[in-house]
Design a protein around this ligand. Structure first.
Ligand code: NFD
Length: 251
């Protein structure tokens, strides 16, 4: 898959939508300049040789505050977390910050031979370590995690085929290590099982237990909730007859 068609128009349009309508508190930003800065990160370069540092000027230019208590991290629950955020509007995942909003769901890369974007083929996620998209999400995740304060949420997948908490995931390898004990008052883990999937891991079990130990060692106060009901009710939209979705269980 190559660069998303009309990338420039989408990115500049999303930027204007964000600062004008979605989050005016982000302040004044020059969306055209942001696009040019972003494009200069990867245009005319080998798409497998874009580092996290390359994105720093873009990320710095786009920076804005994240209100205390609104940070929410996820792993293997991206869609659900974005849906929850869009509905409740009192959490701000990376995808609801300016940079994440501009680039979520898009694909982009350049090529050494020309300054045109590469519409033919961009590296797959795991094809090379320093690919244009992966380096962006890693770099953006560092900036996002450092800013977290107050009560922080983490949404994990209790039905994961692998493990709910993976130390090699971006949450496990980047975001967790950049959380600041002095800024964060507590961390709430929400372990969401797929409604029709199996309950493989829960609070205090398996990889979640490992995460809880790691949080304790780092000095964080934390709590853990299995199938946090407001999020589960979103899952229920697609399976209203499922027994977990029954609002008034028959005795
Ligand atoms: P994940 P995570 N192949 O669900 N973030 O902990 C392809 F094609 O495992 C946001 O690593 O959670 N894509 C975004 C893959 C992206 C593959 C990355 C793969 N084998 C990180 N593995 C975003 N908005 O797109 C992973 N991906 C891609 C931040 C795929 O798009 C968020 O702040 C998947 O949905 C969040 O707290 C995404 O990477 C944490 O890092 C995440 O993989 C989630 O990273």
């Amino acid at each position: 898959r190559g660069t998303t068609a009309n990338l420039e128009e989408i990115v500049i349009g999303r930027c204007n939508d964000y600062i004008g309508l979605k989050n005016p508190a982000a302040g004044k930003k020059n969306c055209t300049l942001l696009w040019q800065t972003l494009k200069s990160v990867f245009a005319s370069k080998d798409p497998c040789k874009i580092t996290q540092d390359d994105y720093k000027p873009f990320l710095t230019m786009a920076e804005h505050d994240i209100p205390s208590g609104k940070s929410i991290f996820w792993s293997q629950t991206g869609e659900l977390t974005r849906q929850y955020a869009d509905i409740v509007k009192n959490v701000m995942p990376l995808e609801s910050t300016l940079t994440g909003y501009m680039l979520n769901g898009l694909n982009w890369c350049g090529q050494r031979s020309s300054s045109e974007l590469n519409y033919e083929v961009c590296p797959a996620w795991n094809e090379c370590e320093e690919n244009a998209a992966k380096s962006f999400w890693r770099s953006a995740s560092v900036v996002y995690a450092k800013k977290a304060s107050g009560e922080v949420k983490v949404v994990l997948n209790g039905s994961s085929q692998t493990r709910a908490f993976r130390t090699e995931s971006i949450f496990g390898s980047i975001e967790l290590g950049n959380l600041d004990t002095n800024r964060i008052s507590s961390i709430q883990l929400w372990i969401m099982d797929n409604l029709s999937g199996s309950d493989k891991e829960s609070c205090g079990v398996g990889s979640i237990a490992q995460l809880e130990i790691a949080l304790k060692h780092k000095g964080f106060k934390f709590s853990c909730i299995d199938n946090y009901r407001p999020v589960q009710l979103i899952q229920c939209i697609w399976m209203p007859e499922h027994k977990s979705c029954n609002i008034c269980p028959k005795n």
